[in-house]
Design a protein around this ligand. Structure first.
Ligand code: PFF
Length: 438
């Protein structure tokens, strides 16, 4: 077998993982979810969910990946538990499935970068979105987005993903900070901040049964868990990295960008008196677009804003593609370039229904979020907590200093709190599953 690729630097691994974590979820979901569910009180719930559930689960994926040094499916073989390969397979399938429609959304973002420059959506953001979201143009831009992701992945771990994300992640952070600084100068900024973060305990108290699972779900999705990505990325690591420290930096940056996004979008909306609307496609492509169209220098701002969203979406898309590519490259005689092109083509075809109809896009999203993702996380957490056990502790200690008490605490958290929380998420989310819109 040819030598397997590795990251050139530890920073490269961290940049790639942050690039995966920071995506559309941070910009169009997290700020709106926070504002609607109790502001800073929700933020506290979310932070607890990240610390208590997201971070331990992230470490669980890292431990499998680095121990096995293989793609997320064969990793279980190498750990002498071949029956568990199904967990890795569900994750890889989740990655493929998600990227098929994530790429359609990526295509819209490309359209909006261009549309901002020309002011195309300024006259009527809602009608504009309806016009470009479905149909031949959406298909063409979906193609462009997936082709760009495939091109980066084709260059490999060090020359492709590492090099690209080392540039992309600092750009996202700088651009977001710049946008937030600009937004702070707008009239109505105080109202925007208040809408985003005023603590509202009563909303949480009244709807705890919905708010808490939503926070847990967002913590998992936002850290890109359940897509076999973090298993795959960690498989290119050396033994001397401190996994726990890396995990903390990734989770911290990911949360930081989400909060920063709130400091950008709400002042924009309030300055222009635009109705906030629901989280999701509408939030960014209609509400924010409409605010941008009324601001001085709206075109420049629009290019910067949607450009930032595009970089965030791309750095997430390449991680999804890599999880699938790694499996093929590890197993078959195809080169990385051929594999990336082949899988890119399959993804393009799988995304066509979503580019033709929002109902299909929505259904793909539901199946990924309500079925594949929670099941895969549950499998990973169960595996590490109750099957791998001592081996997992040994792996997490590798490259870390300290007495080891923390690693035992981590394993018990995975076995109990994380497993229960993820199990609960599986149960709640399965109820949302529905038949395709045929
Ligand atoms: N973590 C991304 C976000 O919050 O937008 C979503 C995501 C991207 C999940 C890529 C999984 C993934 F592979």
């Amino acid at each position: 077998m040819p030598d397997r690729e590795t990251w050139a630097t530890r920073l490269g691994f961290i940049a790639a993982s942050i690039g995966s974590a920071v995506g559309l979820g941070n910009i169009w979901r997290f700020p709106f979810q926070t504002a609607e569910n109790g502001g800073s009180a929700f933020l506290v719930v979310y932070l607890v969910a990240v610390l208590l559930i997201g971070l331990p689960a992230l470490l669980a994926e890292f431990v499998i990946g680095r121990r096995a040094n293989l793609n997320a499916i064969d990793a279980f073989d190498r750990l002498d538990r071949p029956n568990w390969k199904v967990v890795g397979a569900i994750g890889v399938l989740a990655g493929f499935w998600t990227l098929a429609y994530y790429s359609v959304v990526g295509g819209w973002v490309i359209r909006y970068v261009y549309g901002s420059a020309t002011g195309a959506y300024f006259g009527g953001p809602e009608a504009y979105f309806d016009a470009i979201a479905e149909g031949p143009e959406a298909i063409a831009l979906h193609f462009l987005f997936i082709a760009t992701s495939a091109a980066i992945v084709a260059f490999g771990i060090e020359d492709g993903i590492e090099r690209a994300t080392k540039l992309m992640v600092p750009s996202i952070i700088l651009l977001m900070v710049g946008l937030a600084a600009y937004a702070a100068t707008l009239p109505g900024v105080g109202e925007g901040y208040a809408f985003f973060l005023s603590p509202d305990l009563s909303t949480i108290a009244a709807n705890a049964g919905e708010v808490v699972p939503a926070a847990v779900g967002q913590a998992l999705f936002s850290l890109s868990l359940g897509f076999s990505i973090m298993i795959t990325y960690a498989s290119y690591l050396g033994e001397d990295d401190n996994l726990a420290l890396d995990g903390v930096s990734i989770a911290a940056f990911n949360t930081f960008v989400g909060v920063l996004a709130g400091f950008v979008v709400f002042p924009l909306l309030f300055a222009q008196g635009v109705e906030v609307g629901d989280a999701g496609t509408n939030a960014v492509f209609v509400s924010v677009a409409s605010a941008l169209s009324g601001l001085p220098f709206g075109r420049v701002l629009g290019v910067v804003f949607f450009g930032t969203v595009l970089i965030a979406a791309l750095s997430s898309a390449i991680s999804l593609l890599e999880a699938v590519t790694a499996y093929v490259v590890d197993n078959y005689r195809f080169g990385r370039v051929q594999t990336a092109v082949g899988i890119g083509t399959a993804l393009f075809l799988a995304g066509v229904p979503s580019a033709l109809s929002l109902d299909w896009l929505d259904w793909f999203d539901t199946v990924a979020g309500s079925l594949l993702l929670p099941l895969a996380v549950f499998g990973v957490v169960f595996f590490v907590g109750w099957v791998m056990t001592d081996e997992a502790i040994a792996e997490v200690r590798q490259g870390a200093s300290g007495s080891g008490t923390l690693s035992v605490l981590w394993l018990w958290t995975v076995r109990t709190v994380v497993l229960l929380a993820v199990g609960g998420t599986v149960a709640v989310s399965l109820l949302e599953l529905r038949a395709p819109p045929l």
